[in-house]
Write a protein that binds this ligand. Structure first.
Ligand code: FE
Length: 130
């Protein structure tokens, strides 16, 4: 895709906060209930903290009780991509920003209707836009 973003590790390290870098570029996970957005239920859009792509919307955000921002679907199915993640002894599906490749979180099949999906996303990977 022509709008994909490629930056060097040095550029990412310079542009992102240490926590954003750890999550987005090193597939880290923030501690539950510590991020600024898990308990945010105001209207608005959630953009990629790495590249600004619109990833999720408040309309699809729900309170999962997990301590991470949770959504039933992305703003656009093409905004995110996923791949199997067998790390840490678990079999999960990793989710990342299609434009910049930044790690967002994981998607689970225990979400509410209508999709049944739960996108479990790190606050550090997102920035809120009203
Ligand atoms: Fe991105």
């Amino acid at each position: 895709m022509s709008d994909e973003i490629e930056k060097s590790d040095e550029e990412w390290r310079r542009e992102l906060t240490p926590e954003q870098y750890r999550v987005l570029r090193q597939k880290g996970t923030e501690r539950a209930f510590t991020g600024p957005l898990w308990n945010d239920h105001e209207p608005g859009r959630f953009l990629c903290a790495g590249c600004g792509a619109e990833l999720f919307r408040a309309e699809e955000k729900f309170e999962s009780g997990s301590g991470w921002p949770s959504f039933t679907r992305p703003a656009d199915p093409r905004a995110v991509a996923s791949e199997r993640d067998s790390s840490h002894g678990m079999d999960r599906v990793e989710v990342h920003c299609r434009r910049c490749g930044g790690h967002l979180g994981h998607v689970f099949q225990d979400g509410p209707p209508p999709t049944g999906e739960r996108y479990c996303i790190n606050s550090a990977s997102l920035k809120k836009a009203r």
